[in-house]
Design a protein around this ligand. Sequence first.
Ligand code: AMP
Ligand code: ZN
Length: 114
Amino acid sequence: MPTDCLFCKIVAGAIPANRVYEDELCIGFPDINPQTPTHILIVPKEHVASQAKAVEKHKPLLGHLMMAAADLARTHKLDRGYRVVVNTGDEGGQTVQHLHLHLLGGRAMSWPPG
Ligand code: AMP
Ligand code: ZN
């Protein structure tokens, strides 16, 4: 784990976050700068720098993260719909270099993204 990784520090508890979800492989906590009424980050406990760095052994983890997003969408009653986003790399808008899913919901969203 890189010692300077923000999300590794949150996983380790060195930086506080309101864990609205946790299991053996990942945690979920509200984004500090929410873009929608519900905006939860789903972060694997293992440091993977981005989706672009995922390899074959991460296949179950990636499925697990998507299921965590589906569970969180249900518990947060996002019955009208929601969006799961994985910003990847510079052009993808990734700012924290530790793989994470954004679960966004609570209002209508436009497409395509800007
Ligand atoms: P991305 O731009 O896809 O890499 O997403 C990183 C997200 O992390 C941004 O939406 C930030 O608002 C969010 N973020 C940064 N620091 C924190 C923090 N300490 N707690 C919660 N969310 C954070
Ligand atoms: Zn990390």
